[in-house]
Each structure stands twice: as C-alpha cells, then as structure tokens.
Design a binder for this molecule. Structure first.
Ligand code: CMC
Length: 392
C-alpha cells in the first residue's frame, strides 16, 4: 500500500496546471488570461470574453467578427431534439432538462464526439457555446407551457437569449437594450472560475476520454447543487423568506448557530477571503438595472443590502472571512428581468459553458494529461472470512 496525502475537499491539492484563469483569494482578484474581471465586465462583452478564454488573447476586430459569425451559425439545435424536451414532465426543473438534453447532444452530433480530431474538438466547443442558450431557453419555455422560440441570428448573444425566453409567437417582442446589456454582463461575470467543483467534474469526466457533451452534462449536474451554482436560486428564495429588513437578525443568528444547518446563501467562498470581485460588479449592476428599469424601492434589494451590512459587521462573518459572493446579487437582477428562480442556475450553466469548454480543450492539449484517479484513506474492515447466511 502506498502513502497518500488526504485532502478533504481538495483545499490544497492542485489537479492541473492552467493558463486560463487566475484567482488571488486574499486580494479579491480574478483574472482571465491576465485581464481583470471588472475591466472585462465594463469594457468587453461576453462573446469577446469567450474568445479570450478559448484562444488566450483578445481578438482583433476581424477575428471577433469571424468568431461571432461561427457561434451564430450554430445556434439552432437539431429539430429532433424537440422530442427529447417533450419527454420530460411539464413541471421539470430546467436544470434537470438541461442535464438530459446536453448529454443527449452526444447522440445528435456524432461527428464532434471524436476527441482525437482537433477540428472536431473546435466544432464541439462552438456548438456547445452556441446551443446552450437555445437549450436553456427551451427548457424554460417547456416548463411554462409556451411554444419553443427559435433563435434569431440578427440579435447578439444576450439579446437572442432574452428573445428565446420572453417572446411569444402572438406578439411582437423587442429586446430592451438595457436588459440585454445586463444579461451580457451576468454571462461575462460567470464565464470561468478556474478549478471550481463543476469545472473539476468536467475535467475528471473528460480524463477518461468521454465525449464533450457527456462531460459538460456532468458539469451541469455538479453546478446544480446549492453550495455551487444552485446558490443563486437558494439566495433569492432566502431573501424572499426573510421578507423585510427587521427579520435579518433572526436569520443571522440562525446562520451562526452550529446546531442549525442554515447558511446565509450567497455568502462565503472557498478561495475568496477578502471579497468576491464579481459580487462588487454585480451589486453595482443590480442598482443600475433596477434604476434604469424604473424599479424604485425594491424590497428584496433593500433586504439584501441590509443583510450584507449586518453580516459584515458581525464578528462571526469577519472572523471566518465570509463575504457576499457572485450569487448574492445576481438573482435580484434576474428576477427584475422577469426570470423565475428556477432559471437562475440554468443561466449560470450557460454562462459557464465557455469556461468548461476552454478547460476541457486545455486539458486535452496537455501532453501530460492522464486519467484522474484519486486514491482514498481506507477506514473499513481488514480482511475477514465470509460467513454463511445461516450463521449470521
Ligand atoms: N453562512 C454561515 N456560515 C458559513 C457560511 C455561510 N454562508 N459559509 C461558510 N460558513 C462557515 C462554516 O460553517 C464553517 O464554520 P466552522 O469553521 O466553524 O465549521 C466555516 O465558515 C468555513 O466553511 P466551509 O464550509 O468549511 O468552507 P468551504 O470553503 O468548504 O465552503 C462554500 C465554501 C461556498 C461552499 C460555503 O461558504 C457555503 O456553503 N456558502 C453558501 C452557499 C453559496 O453561497 N455558494 C456559492 C459559492 S460562489 C459561486 C459558486 O461557486 O457557484
């Protein structure tokens, strides 16, 4: 037997080397290919960030145009996949539908399941980035009993997603540019986050040589949990349950009580121990979007701000270095835009697809990569003789 380092939750074990994303948790810094997230959120846009994550450099104008055209060309899904959606219960959570449908892409796009061919790997990554908004929007439409809306390639990535979610055949729908800008920023803020649980899941799945659609479906499944991407839904539900600022002390007391499993959702992070730079931009965005939409005195936003203040002033949160994370304010914007809470995590999934795909491509291109195969610390019985059933 060998000697293994036991590191529960992988708090100090690097699983790979990477040149994509850098996080300095003490400084509250997040860099994609060296560029700070706040600059990207302010000056760039989602598809440009996708290009940066995938190819390592900001694109020239011509490169960006070509990339946008390529992604746009892949926005539709195979028509037969509609049947797949219809197989789900009508009240299925859109994440459940997405796990299934994205896995099923392996059966519809056989050509790009060939991971030995770099050209097919490229096509798979474009297909995933292009089709994920279509799949997320269809999962939503199905869950509310409305007809699927086909993508519109004259719209940009975020506007097209809003169109597929909110337009109906019976009425003209014009995408509000304020909303599409806010949507794009939410996509950008979620694009990648180095070796988080879902990305590590994608890498581990892919390490066996599994096809990209199966790997990304595994990532979506992992993201769903409330400690990870599911936190945005859980956070807004918590803020609604709190209801008004006077109830906050009760919830803070519960979060501090070790006998109560309740945690403040949208608070705390494995790596950030100062602040989450994505949360800073998200908070600012929440203010801007609600203001631009003419929503004044939003009670949920007021509760969130007061909760943040009271938690930050509390020694428990200060000592444990717990700060609002990206999920704390995103739900408020998404709700103001008209999304139900069940769509929050699917939106995270579609935004993170580029991160998963970039990391998957990086892994396959790494000559050192091999199957991920953690060892264990065995605490069970030592060898013993089998006992016949009549003697037990
Ligand atoms: N509320 C109250 N206490 C908390 C919280 C919280 N949100 N987060 C951590 N703690 C306490 C925890 O009880 C523990 O206390 P002690 O040392 O006394 O046992 C200590 O802080 C350290 O927590 P941990 O669970 O060991 O830390 P972790 O690095 O394993 O977990 C986390 C990180 C994000 C899972 C956790 O902070 C959490 O559950 N937060 C709420 C869920 C959430 O918002 N998740 C979104 C994360 S960011 C986006 C994403 O990844 O998708």
């Amino acid at each position: 037997a060998g000697v293994f380092t036991y590191d529960p939750g992988f708090t100090s074990t690097a699983s790979c080397d990477s040149t994509i994303t850098f996080i300095d948790g003490d400084k509250g810094e997040l860099l994609h290919r060296g560029y700070p997230i706040d600059q990207l959120a302010e000056k760039s846009h989602y598809l440009e960030v996708c290009y940066l994550l995938l190819y390592g450099e900001l694109p020239s104008a011509a490169e960006l145009e070509k990339f946008e055209n390529t992604i746009t060309r892949h926005t539709m899904i195979h028509e037969q996949m509609h049947n797949f959606f219809r197989g789900f219960r009508r009240d299925a959570h859109p994440m459940a539908t997405m796990v299934g449908v994205v896995g099923a892409m392996s059966a519809f796009y056989h050509d790009s399941t060939d991971i030995s061919d770099p050209r097919q790997r490229e096509i798979a990554s474009h297909r995933l980035i292009a089709k994920m908004p279509t799949i997320a929007a269809m999962a939503y439409k199905y869950s509310i009993g409305q007809p699927f809306v086909y993508p519109r390639n004259d719209l940009d990535y975020a506007a097209n997603f809003l169109h597929m979610c909110f337009s109906v055949p019976a009425e003209r729908y014009d995408v509000d540019p304020i909303l599409s800008r806010a949507m794009d920023r939410i996509f950008t803020l979620h694009a990648d986050h180095e070796q988080n649980a879902s990305t590590s899941t994608v890498r581990l799945a892919s390490s066996s040589g599994a096809n990209p659609f199966a790997c990304i479906a595994a990532g979506i499944a992992c993201l769903w949990g409330p400690a990870h991407g599911g936190a945005n839904q859980a956070c807004l539900e918590m803020l609604k349950e709190i209801g008004s600022p006077d109830k906050i002390p009760e919830y803070i007391a519960r979060a501090k009580d070790k006998n109560d499993p309740f945690r403040l959702m949208g608070f705390g992070h494995r790596v950030y121990k100062n602040f989450d730079p994505r949360a800073t931009v998200m908070k600012q965005s929440a203010d801007e979007v609600l203001d631009l939409m003419g929503i004044e005195n939003n009670p949920i936003l007021a509760t969130a701000k007061e909760l943040e203040q009271q938690a930050l002033a509390d020694p428990y949160f200060a000592e444990k270095k717990l700060f609002p994370n990206v999920d704390f304010y995103s739900g408020i914007i998404l709700e103001a835009m008209g999304f139900p809470t069940s769509m929050f995590t699917p939106i995270f999934a579609l935004s993170r697809t580029v991160g998963w795909v970039s990391q998957w491509k990086e892994q396959l291109a790494d000559p050192q990569h091999k199957i991920g195969r953690p060892r264990q610390l065995y605490l069970g019985n030592t060898i013993r003789e089998y006992v016949d059933i009549e003697n037990r």
